[in-house]
Design a protein around this ligand. Structure first.
Ligand code: ADP
Ligand code: MG
Length: 458
């Protein structure tokens, strides 16, 4: 084949891969986010094991890299394990103004209507259907106290709820909104995702209308911003966030924020903001316990008025440990299946339904199990993996175990760190990068890790 033909073949293959990955991203993030960001990105070329993509503007490139890099590379690797790095390039010399403009044609379709704040409460999420146990009690108690209070609670301002995905942070914020709407409708409560906050801010900048944006935000009694880890990297948005925050707190308005990690772990956030976020109450939602999972399943089945045998619920609570969102998905699947075949679900059929899902989505791999297998393979004890000892015979297996935890479970870096002797998420990130590099540089090493991963999954 001529060099040109190889280039063309590469390009076709690359475009095809990007189509597959884009379809995954659409499935994962939904049509709206897909239209906002990924639809505008094209495959450019391969450079060795690097995939080069092309974005129309720096703004889109930065946003996508900042928020979605990890999932993009993960999805690419699912299709081609040789891929190790994704780069996004842009056409040079694009003015900031035109970037904002390009982006905002999409943003306009997704505006938050500030005048109809109530539309942002989701009726499914209430305090009544939130199951409490030791893993979420602090966050629950603080949230319900805020909902019941008539004004801001100083010692909880801000309330900073943090923890891994699918553990009830959004549920609690929505429950505050729902409670206020029902019991104290005069209290102005605004729930907004950090991404929408950023959209609105950029839109106001473009329209030279930041004053009314500020006024609207500052006119609320309770401001909730969900997933503040997305407010990162952009100087002016952080600045606005900080001023809004101060203005509200100074006026004794309540602020509630959620985040996938502790405030101190927000690497891209300015220090003065981090320290401000720490001045109220930080409420950590921990990984779920077996009892919590079982109680949630029982409560959901009861709400739906569907009888499911205890052994089936126990099976789900044992197998699906990652988070509550996954657990709900599993329960819905069981219910859908039983209505489809029109028979009550029993343990054998539940097992059959899940066999495929579990091995596909790897949701039954626990960090305990990964640690056990890695310790066994390298003739160590589990506490060696969780310790801080820097002996080489321990650090490499520890990094491998963290890497596998990242790829075989859907737990956040912070959650993983916590389960490795309370380590910081940056330690986990460092371990993941280190192992990725070693895999990239040595085929033998990569095979060793792949075979370890397979034995853990089976
Ligand atoms: P997060 O915002 O932390 O990612 P969500 O609040 O979206 O998680 O929760 C994911 C799903 O799990 C939601 O459907 C929510 O209702 C449910 N859920 C989470 N925690 C609980 C709980 N303690 N009791 C009942 N349902 C819960
Ligand atoms: Mg959430």
């Amino acid at each position: 084949m001529s060099a040109k033909a190889i280039d063309n073949a590469d390009c076709n293959y690359g475009s095809h891969l990007w189509q597959l990955v884009s379809a995954d991203l659409k499935k994962c993030y939904g049509q709206n986010l897909y239209n906002s960001w990924f639809i505008k990105i094209n495959f450019q070329e391969f450079l060795g094991s690097n995939v080069i993509l092309r974005a129309p503007t720096n703004f889109i490139r930065d946003w996508v890299l900042c928020n979605y890099y990890h999932n993009i590379i993960k999805s690419f690797k699912n299709y081609d394990s040789n891929i190790s790095v994704i780069e996004i390039i842009t056409a040079k010399n694009i003015e900031f103004a035109s970037e904002v403009k390009t982006n905002l044609t999409v943003i306009g379709q997704d505006d938050v209507n500030f005048d109809d704040l109530s539309s942002y409460s989701d009726a499914r999420y209430t305090f009544d259907n939130f199951i409490v146990d030791s893993s979420n009690r602090l966050a629950y108690t603080a949230a319900i106290s805020i909902a019941q209070a008539s004004e801001a609670i100083k010692s909880y301002n801000p309330l900073f709820i943090y923890g891994g995905v699918g553990l009830g942070k959004t549920h609690l914020m929505q429950a505050i909104a729902a409670y206020s709407k029902a019991n104290n409708p005069a209290r102005k409560v605004l729930y907004i995702s950090a991404e929408k906050f950023m959209y609105q801010f950029v839109k106001a900048l473009r329209n030279k209308d930041t004053m009314s944006f500020k006024e609207k935000l500052r006119g609320v009694d309770v401001l909730m911003i969900d997933d503040v880890q997305f407010i990162c990297g952009k100087g002016s948005t952080q600045e606005e966030f900080f001023h809004t925050f101060n203005a509200l707190a100074d006026n004794n308005r309540q602020i509630i924020l959620s985040c996938d990690r502790a405030a101190s772990e927000l690497d891209d956030m300015e220090d003065r903001i981090k320290s401000r976020l720490n001045q109220g109450l930080g409420a950590d939602v921990h990984a779920t316990t077996y009892d919590l999972r079982l109680n949630i399943l029982k409560s959901k089945a009861m709400q739906m008025n569907i009888e499911i045998k205890d052994d089936v619920l126990e099976f789900l609570a044992t197998k699906i440990t990652a988070n509550i969102r996954e657990l709900e998905g599993a329960l819905n699947k069981i219910i859908a299946h039983s209505s489809l075949v029109n028979c009550a679900i029993n343990l054998t059929s539940a097992r059959t339904i899940f066999k495929e899902t579990i091995s596909l989505k790897k949701i039954d791999v626990s960090i305990d199990h990964i640690q056990k297998q890695v310790a066994k393979k390298y003739a160590l004890e589990i506490h060696d993996l969780n310790s801080n000892k820097r002996l080489k015979m321990m650090t490499r297996p520890r990094q491998i175990a963290m890497y596998l935890a990242k790829y075989l479970t859907i737990q956040s870096l912070s959650d993983i760190g916590r389960q490795f002797g309370n380590k910081n998420h940056t330690t986990v990130m460092h371990a993941v990068k280190r192992i990725e590099l070693l895999c990239h540089n040595s085929y033998e090493f990569k095979s060793e890790i792949d075979s370890l991963a397979r034995s853990i999954k089976n």
